[in-house]
Design a protein around this ligand. Structure first.
Ligand code: ADP
Ligand code: MG
Length: 406
């Protein structure tokens, strides 16, 4: 795959860069700028090559089926203007901003760009055709540019006009399409978890989070590849019920019991489930009367499992200590509540003690938990793309927004 680093003859050329500036905003203030920071390296590389840089990103959701006044409200909420300001500060060079996504004003602004200059266009999702990969919209954007760089890993699992339509057209016209630094790093690290080399075994997967039904394809894929799978989080209770343990009022997907049984049979003892749980009578802290730790797999009536218990933490830590490669998705408990962070922290800690293992965390909440508990630096890689990282594992390393570049 062509990378931004290997692109040549870009002086004076217009390059569209699809970035992921989908930052958390509150009343127009950016609460976390890490996604902007993550794009800097690619933008600076293009500035060094004296390209004229056109940035495209989505921000939030805009439901085009709603009433016009609702759409206007959503557009106002998801205006990219503050991002252009922050980007300018980070690059220490001015960043232009276009309030429009397409049209005459955009064309004019792009034509006025000087070598090394940067313009950010308004939120791609202002356009109805973006999520439909509308051909006319893709053509309008593609016409603006001589080349395309994909650096929005978090959007690479979506075949939208800005992630798929544009590179498809430019490629057909024989123009260069490439991946940026961020995508390159994600692909490199996540591919290693998909094409497993002998030296990366034992390969351990750690799964948690909320629903089995969201992750069936990930579980299937990891079952084929991994030597062992540790399962915690809410999804562990469906597995526990499938094995005949009592789970009280813990979250359970009864329609996934057969699937859980199928996995357990296929795994032939390679799936390891919690052997104790931290439980409560109420999920809501305001209504809560008690928190207990069970002695074994069974959860009392009228109690729900909220985290893995201390025996499980030790068991999981011991399995982690033997691994050469780890892929982790899904927190071990309700880590948003202080009382139930211990399981997830124990996994972070056990991973942090590994000396020469290759360790990856992928998933929106899992990556947020690793960051929150201060363990990001201890992992070989913490993915920036929630859904995209999981789909990469599910689809044997393939994502539409990357395959079109390949
Ligand atoms: P990711 O985004 O990393 O893929 P998920 O979205 O699948 O992870 O799951 C994260 C959510 O799962 C968190 O909000 C967490 O509170 C919840 N969760 C984990 N364990 C439990 C549990 N025992 N009961 C209820 N919710 C849980
Ligand atoms: Mg999530």
């Amino acid at each position: 795959m062509l990378t931004v680093q290997n692109m040549t003859d870009l002086k004076g050329k217009k390059v569209i860069v699809r970035v992921d500036f989908n930052v958390p905003l509150k009343n127009g203030t950016i609460r976390d700028d890490s996604r902007i920071v993550a794009a800097i390296k690619t933008i600076e590389e293009l500035q060094k090559k004296e390209a004229r840089i056109i940035l495209l990103s989505h921000l939030g959701k805009i439901k085009h089926k709603e009433a016009p006044e609702v759409i206007e409200e959503q557009k106002k909420k998801n205006d990219l203007a503050p991002v252009a300001v922050r980007l300018g500060e980070l690059l220490a060079s001015p960043v232009k901003f276009s309030k429009e996504t397409t049209g005459e004003e955009v064309k004019r602004a792009v034509d006025e760009l000087q070598d090394g200059e940067v313009i950010l266009l308004q939120n791609t999702r202002y356009e109805k055709g973006e999520e439909k990969n509308d051909l006319e919209l893709s053509k309008k954007w593609a016409k603006l540019a001589d080349a395309f760089v994909m650096d929005a890993f978090g959007s690479a699992h979506r075949a939208h006009a800005s992630t798929y339509g544009i590179p498809e057209i430019l490629k057909a016209e024989g123009k260069p399409v490439a991946i940026g630094y961020l995508v390159e790093k994600e692909v490199e690290n996540l591919s290693r978890c998909v094409e497993v080399k002998p030296e990366d075994r034992p390969y351990l997967a750690i799964l948690g989070g909320f629903k089995i039904s969201d992750k069936i394809k990930v579980i299937d894929s990891l079952l084929k590849k991994c030597d062992k799978i540790l399962i915690g989080g809410a999804m562990a209770y469906t597995f526990a019920k499938a094995l005949g343990y009592t789970i009280g009022i813990s979250p359970c997907e009864d329609d996934q019991l057969d699937y859980a049984r199928k996995c357990l049979i296929e795994a032939k003892g390679r799936i390891i489930l919690p052997i104790d749980s931290v439980c409560t009578d109420a999920f809501d802290p305001e209504q809560r009367k008690s928190i207990i730790t069970t002695e074994n797999q069974n959860i009392p009536e009228n109690m729900e499992g909220m985290d893995i218990g201390p025996k499980t933490q030790a068991l999981f830590a011991s399995e982690i200590s033997k691994a050469k490669m780890i892929f982790w998705n899904g927190p071990m408990g309700v880590f948003e509540q202080a009382e139930f962070t211990k399981g997830t922290i124990a996994v972070c800690k056990a991973i942090s003690l590994l000396k020469d293992a290759f360790t990856v965390c992928g998933g929106g909440d899992s990556s947020a938990a690793v960051k929150q508990f201060g363990y990001t630096e201890k992992f070989s890689h913490v993915s920036t793309g929630g859904g995209a990282a999981l789909e990469m594992i599910e689809n044997e390393g393939h994502l539409p927004g990357i395959d079109i570049i390949r």
